[in-house]
Design a protein around this ligand. Sequence first.
Ligand code: ATP
Ligand code: MG
Length: 296
Amino acid sequence: MSHESSQPVQAVEPALPGHRRAPPPGGSALHEVKSVGAKRIGDVILDVNNISLSFGGVKALSDISFNVKEHEIRAIIGPNGAGKSSMLNCINGVYTPQQGSITFRGQTFKHMNSHQVAVMGVARTFQNLALFKGMSVLDNIMSGRNLKIKSNLLLQALRIGPAQKEEFEHREAVEKIIDFLEIQAYRKTPVGQLPYGLQKRVDLGRALAMEPQVLLLDEPMAGMNVEEKQDMCRFVLDVNDEFGTTVVLIEHDMGVVMDISDRVVVLDYGKKIGDGSPDDVRNNPDVIKAYLGTSH
Ligand SMILES: Nc1ncnc2c1ncn2[C@@H]1O[C@H](COP(=O)(O)OP(=O)(O)OP(=O)(O)O)[C@@H](O)[C@H]1O
Ligand SMILES: [Mg+2]
């Protein structure tokens, strides 16, 4: 496990024009499209209770508890190998924790089942893109609607009766997402031919096609240049504002985390070492030590 590629936690200069907490005088281009401070955070929608997860001798998560409130942007941060992706994998049922439970909208689960989680309204994007590279942008985003397709395969294939109407409705929903993400020009382009930043945007589109209540984003801005990050931040904020979607965001860029998250949970070597507002976390000595690599 290496902490080498992690950013020091002090590197929190607002890197983005969309700085939500302290808007610049007059506002930026981003602020013009946002209603700063208008959102209301609700009750707890997702409660992670004492989760422990091991892979053989590797303890990926040790007794982790935190909650996520409706409509908030909740960041999960931590050095490489801290257990962030494993945490999302427990929440959406890819991994089964040895201990603990997850309560989603009042229902408690020892093991989240991937399909059931999706049906309950949790969608996710992946650290390593999981798109169909040879398929068009439109078809990739359409694949996010699979859960919502009700008519049977034969009717779909023949495109008759209710299946035809249903397909039209799904296409309309997908077109709206394409417009929202400003990727109209690439609708028919195979995803593999797009620059990486746009592929990440398509991955977000595929998750949005599920019309989720909770969106789990695993490093949606990794590998992006500054401009692409600004765009992605704006889309995440807009999804959160316009659709009221709760967002759980894993992100290494501290500028982004401090800019857009409401609360932050910090993991290090599978343990929770911080939890609170961006300012709380930024000033937490354990967090600073972990990011400087001197805590062990
Ligand atoms: N499927 C797996 N099998 C074995 N070990 C795993 C598996 N998934 C994760 N781990 C281990 O669990 C620990 C946490 O990994 P995880 O991918 O959750 O970290 P992370 O915080 O997402 O790191 P990064 O910032 O590099 O993405 C690491 O030691 C990793 O090697
Ligand atoms: Mg990860």
